[in-house]
Design a protein around this ligand. Structure first.
Ligand SMILES: [Zn+2]
Ligand SMILES: [Zn+2]
Length: 226
């Protein structure tokens, strides 16, 4: 086998999981070990860093104490935002090496099965301009490799580049999504899928729209927690 990430030949290990899901191990163990999974205790709401012995992070405690609306119930993330995963994200998302999505296919599927089994999965959409520029929605590619079926029912109404805004500008912006399916959601729980959770503004906005359109509850599954 040739590792999809470093290009080095390696010997494939046997696992029942692979046999059952008929996936091939495409990444060597050395590359896999570069990425830091979130296994330590993190915020029970947003998966962010916590002070020892706390259950929630500073932001979530503040939100609750201010009685601010939190339409999203729980965000689950798989990996910490390290230099190694930043490098992966750069190659995958910005250089367009889409097959690198295969590295995390099993993780995404496992987390979905363990936490959100049978929930409808709604991907965070890109703006038309961004989609044209990049050529693909990285969330859809991740889902495709993981074998997750998506329900595309959101679209973006603003097109400005989020990465160019500072944190305050991002948080203070208006709603960025609209519901774009002819049929409403039929009283179902939804899990939003995104690649990176940063301030939470994106998934909170999307959750608001889904709750207005028939979702009973909204969670999110994000690959990386910044
Ligand atoms: Zn490798
Ligand atoms: Zn939190």
């Amino acid at each position: 086998m040739i590792c999809v990430y470093c290009g080095v030949r390696f010997v494939e290990k046997f696992s029942f999981h692979k046999l059952f899901f008929q996936t091939n191990e495409l990444t060597c163990s050395q590359c896999i070990s570069k990425f830091k999974k979130i296994i330590d205790p993190v915020c029970e709401i947003c998966c962010g860093y916590i002070i020892e012995n706390q259950k929630l992070c500073k932001n979530c405690i503040e939100y609750i104490s201010l009685k601010l609306e939190m339409p999203l119930i729980i965000n689950k993330s798989i990996f910490h935002y390290t230099n190694e995963i930043k490098e992966w994200l750069n190659k995958f998302k910005f250089c367009g090496d889409v097959q690198l999505a295969s590295i995390f296919a099993d993780d995404l599927m496992e987390y979905y099965e363990n936490s959100f089994k049978n929930y409808k999965i709604v991907p965070i959409p890109l703006s038309d301009a961004r989609l044209k520029e990049r050529g693909f929605n990285q969330v859809e590619v991740l889902a495709q490799y993981a074998g997750l079926n998506l329900t595309n029912c959101l679209e973006r109404i603003h097109t400005e580049k989020q990465s160019k805004l500072n944190r305050y500008e991002r948080l203070s912006r208006e709603q960025v999504f609209s519901y774009c399916c002819a049929e409403k959601i039929d009283n179902e729980p939804i899990v939003l899928l995104d690649d990176v959770y940063t301030t939470g503004k994106t998934v909170q906005d999307a959750a608001t729209i889904l709750l207005q359109n028939g979702a009973t509850e909204v969670h999110s599954l994000t690959l990386i927690r910044a």
